[in-house]
Design a protein. Structure first.
Length: 47
């Protein structure tokens, strides 16, 4: 189990539920290359 408090589509009830390999999102947030925002409005443009 991997604890996760970020607003990621793979996070549910504070746990990362990603249990298969997917392409990296290209956005590294908190050292997680699979981080993907839950809400479109939460997306930030990388600098």
């Amino acid at each position: 189990m991997i604890n996760c408090s970020e607003n990621c589509i793979h996070q549910k009830d504070g746990i990362c539920n990603l249990n298969y390999i997917v392409n990296s999102t290209g956005i590294v947030k908190n050292n997680c290359p699979y981080f993907d925002y839950k809400n479109e409005k939460d997306k930030k443009t990388p600098i």
